[in-house]
Every structure is written in C-alpha cells, then in structure tokens.
Design a binder for this molecule. Structure first.
Ligand code: ACO
Length: 323
C-alpha cells in the first residue's frame, strides 16, 4: 500500500496547567493524578480553537514536507470538539490555509479519529482519487470537560497534530484494522444540543463528558492488543519486529498494561502524556511529530499506531517509516 507521511506538525495552546493548579480547582493531588494516570500537566486553551490549532499544525506539516497549501488535494480533520456545527472545521482550515484545490471534511471517531482519518485518506490515495492529503487530529476538550468533576477534568488536554500524506513508490502502510462497538457508547459520552422546535422540547442531556473510567480501562486492555495483533498479522510481522508503538496517550497505566500483555518492554511505547494529558484525536499525531523532531524516527523503521476511545472505536495501523 503505497502511501508515505512526508511531513508532520503540531500545535499546543500556550497555557500549561499543572497538577498542583488542578488541585486548586477540585479535590485532588499531584500524587493521585501521577500515580493513576502518569499525567503531570496539560495545555489548556485560553483562546486557541480546534481550527486555529489545526491550521498551525498543518502549516508546520506543509513546511516540513516542503509542499504548498495550493498543492493539497484532501483535508480531513478528526475532531469531537468542533467550535461550530456548521461549517465543518476542515472547511474552515482549508479557507485559512488557502488550500483552494482541496476537498475538506470532518470525521468524528473520538480518540480513534486520527487513525480512522489516516485510513480514509490512505484509501482515497490508494484508489487513485487523490495524490496527497493533510490528516489532522485537533481537540479543545476543555470546552466539554466538567471542571467540577475530578474523575475526568484531570485527564484531558487541548492540542492538534497533522500529517501530510503522499502517494509513494514504496509500500508505506503494511496493514490496518478498524473496529466499532456502538453497544458500549454509554461508557464515555457527551450530549449535544437538545431537540427543541415548535413541536417538541426534550429535556437537556449532559453537555459535559461523563465516563466510566474502569470500563474504559478494561476495554483498552482487552481490545487494543487484539487489534494490534490483527494488523500485525495482515503485515506478516510479529510484535518484536516493531520498533515503536505510537499509541493514543490516554493514560500511562493503560499503555504499560498493553505493553505487558504483548510481552514487550515499555521502552518501545513512547509517551508524552506526562506533559499533554489525553488530547483524544490529537494525541497520536502530536506524539508522532515530537518523535520526528527529536530525531527518533529513522528511515525503514516499523511503527504501529493505535487509537481507541469513545464509540467505542479502536484500530491499529502498521507502517514502514519513509520520507
Ligand atoms: N483525585 C483524587 N481522587 C479521585 C480523583 C482525582 N482526580 N478522581 C477520582 N478519585 C477518587 C474517586 O472519587 C474514588 O473515591 P471513592 O473511593 O472515595 O469513591 C477513588 O478515587 C477511586 O475512583 P476510581 O474511579 O475507582 O479510580 P480508578 O483507580 O479506577 O482510577 C481512572 C480512575 C484514572 C479514571 C481510571 O479508571 C482510568 O485510568 N481509566 C481509564 C480512563 C481513561 O483513560 N479515560 C480517558 C478517556 S477515554 C480514552 O481516551 C480511551
């Protein structure tokens, strides 16, 4: 499957909120948050939006890939926290970038959103419909977090990451799988606007994120190793053949648990959640961009990307790193 990532970029809000500051807002402590999640601080918007963060991440990915916005043919923005219902974030990003030739639309699969968008862009390129695509994960979760609920507000952060994909002569994506389980949607949810028109007015739901943390934890440990194995078997590779596992940064204990279940050392699972918290769809592309900029990705390395979250949605992709 001949697609490669030729550029990466990311953007985080300026304001950093430490665990100590969180302890001033709700009854919690740095020790509790670190021990249970591995999170030490997170970036929180004081004005940055899903669109502004996405534009900054895309501009960096374009500069990194040495391409102009006018050359981009497809823009996919994965987000579950758009500012506007209409128009979609991707069209706003297209307008601000000046990517006049690009088709743009959003995709919402929560924390698996970036991965699903990557697979979608890959399918378009493979089918010969487009030659390149900007794939973005961008979230301002601080809008939907209940800042009085210590069980959730300590977990999340805001940010965006983008990759620029292009058709390649070499196999790039070696295998990928995606799954959804809509029967478990209640485990992690956030209601939208209520139905109100001249004929009906339904009660308001909960416009803030609510979560059954233990269920999410158990789901991730059960399903993520299984779907990684599925993607690896498509690629005819074993877990030891993979150099780095770039997983959704939900929580350190989940990532270490997945490494343990796969009998792999935690060192193959890079993490940045200590500084970012859980940024939902943005977490994989932000981490990927940081690895690129730290010089940790070398040509020919084998990577697994895996996203999992609300829906429930989960998936994995095996790729050969080439630029
Ligand atoms: N500070 C202090 N105490 C807290 C906090 C907090 N921030 N949050 C909860 N507690 C308390 C609870 O009130 C409870 O107190 P009680 O026993 O007096 O009732 C106690 O800690 C234990 O609560 P649990 O929810 O049972 O704690 P648990 O050990 O399960 O840890 C956690 C909670 C960290 C959320 C864990 O369930 C988890 O990691 N789940 C995964 C959830 C996740 O990562 N979600 C991210 C979004 S989904 C995704 O991205 C895939």
């Amino acid at each position: 499957m001949a697609v490669k990532i030729i550029g990466t970029g990311s953007a985080l809000p300026k304001k950093v909120v430490s665990n100590e500051e969180m302890a001033g807002l709700v009854e919690t402590s740095d020790q509790w948050i670190r021990e249970r999640t591995g999170i030490g601080s997170r970036h929180i918007s004081t004005g940055e939006t899903v669109v502004s963060l996405a534009v900054e991440a895309c501009e960096k990915a374009l500069a990194h890939g040495d391409r102009k916005a006018s050359e981009v043919q497809l823009i996919l923005v994965a987000t579950c926290t758009p500012e506007k219902g209409i128009p979609c974030a991707a069209c706003q990003v297209q307008g601000l970038l000046g990517a006049a030739e690009a088709v743009a639309f959003d995709l919402n699969a929560a924390c698996a959103g970036f991965l699903f968008a990557l697979h979608t862009a890959h399918a378009y390129i493979e089918a010969g419909i487009y030659d390149n695509a900007l794939v973005v994960g961008s979230e301002v979760l601080s809008k939907v977090v209940d800042w009085t609920d210590r069980g959730t507000c300590v977990l999340f952060g805001d940010g965006a990451g983008a990759v620029l994909l292009e058709r390649s002569g070499q196999p790039g994506i070696l295998g990928f799988v995606q799954h959804s389980d809509g029967t478990k949607g209640g485990v992690l949810q956030c209601d939208g606007r209520k139905l109100e028109n001249p004929f009906v007015s339904l009660p308001v739901g909960n416009p803030f994120l609510s979560m059954d943390g233990r269920e999410v934890f158990a789901f991730a440990l059960r399903q993520v190793p299984a779907c990684i194995w599925e993607a690896l078997s498509q690629a005819k590779l074993s877990p030891e053949d993979v150099d780095l596992y770039v997983l959704h940064q939900a929580n350190r204990r989940i990532i270490e648990g997945i490494a343990g279940r796969m009998n792999l050392e935690a060192a193959r699972f890079p993490m940045n959640l200590e500084r970012t918290g859980n940024m939902s769809s943005a977490s994989i592309p932000v981490l990927l961009d940081e690895l690129v900029r730290e010089g940790r990705l070398q040509e020919g390395m084998t990577l697994v990307l895996s996203g999992f979250g609300a829906g429930l949605t989960y998936g994995a992709c095996v790729l050969k790193w080439q630029r």
